[in-house]
Design a protein around this ligand. Structure first.
Ligand code: SF4
Length: 271
């Protein structure tokens, strides 16, 4: 089973080098892809890890490689790094990009399997999801050049309908909230959605930046790709929300009363 939780201690700081970012509300400065971040230390750790938000590096706290970093560094490159083998760095960064997308798909597939009821009505779907997990895992193995040769976009087109089917099935078996009509629009940025009953709602891909979801019931809602930057989820119930990632949780604002799955961690910046 592929490890989908990031282990930064087993990675060579790939995300802090390979990815570009632009000075914005999320980043205090810009850097190019392939350029080591000025805050990356000699041991591939972040020298400002405990101060990222006050220093304006919010974007770093809302990024997750889903374990792709250690997979590339340890399994594919056997501990070699872009520092020890600079001639390989370009390939390494490209492999990391593909691997991260494959790991993200594995995370969603695993979440879909966990959300489905364990009865005969879902037997076929669970079998197809399990087969897709095996296919996707196989794509993450081999040599770096094997991974570089994967058509990740094409694979994603095979995974997406399965995730949709799993979402429809899982949400169809749950109690439906009374306020789905309030969230039909794709752009919900800044909207007052507090106190709503959004159980099993379809919120995937919705723009919810800065929306007010305080006290809302989102149990079993599909949040795949929903933009939760600055979304206020204080007191909201996100238990069993589908496809909710730690990145989304980190990007939102919550409090001690916000409820979510035990697999997720309450961000330290929440009050
Ligand atoms: S600030 Fe820290 S976490 Fe963010 S890219 Fe730089 S080294 Fe990485």
């Amino acid at each position: 089973m592929v490890e989908l939780v990031a282990d930064c201690g087993s990675c060579a700081g790939l995300c802090c080098v390979a990815l570009p970012f632009t000075r914005s509300a999320d980043f205090a400065f810009s850097k190019e892809g392939g350029e080591p971040c000025r805050n990356l230390d000699s041991g591939f750790g972040c020298s400002v890890h405990d101060r990222l938000r006050p220093l304006g590096m919010v974007g770093c706290t809302t990024y997750d490689c889903f374990g792709a970093g250690q997979a590339v560094t340890q399994r594919l490159y056997d501990g070699q790094t872009w520092r020890s083998h600079p001639e390989q760095s370009r390939d390494m960064f490209e492999v990391f990009g593909s691997m991260r997308r494959l790991h993200e798909m594995l995370f969603y597939l695993s979440d879909a399997l966990g959300a489905l009821s364990d009865d005969t009505a879902t037997t076929d779907l669970r079998a197809r999801l399990t087969a897709m997990v095996a296919t996707t895992e196989a794509l993450t193995h081999g040599t770096p050049y094997d991974v570089l040769g994967v058509d990740v976009d094409a694979h994603r087109l095979e995974v997406a309908p399965l995730l949709r089917e799993a979402s429809d099935s899982a949400r169809g078996q749950r109690a439906r909230g009374a306020d789905h009509a309030r969230v039909r629009r794709d752009d919900l940025a800044g909207q007052d959605l507090s106190g709503l009953d959004l159980r099993a709602a379809d919120l995937r891909g919705k723009l919810m930046i800065g929306a007010d979801l305080r006290g809302s019931d989102l149990r079993g809602a599909d949040l795949l790709g929903a933009d939760l930057r600055g979304t206020d989820v204080a007191g909201a119930d996100l238990r069993d929300a589908l496809f909710l990632t730690q990145m989304q949780v980190n990007a939102a604002r919550g409090d001690a009363a916000t409820r979510f799955s035990e697999a997720l961690t309450r961000p330290s910046h929440w009050s």
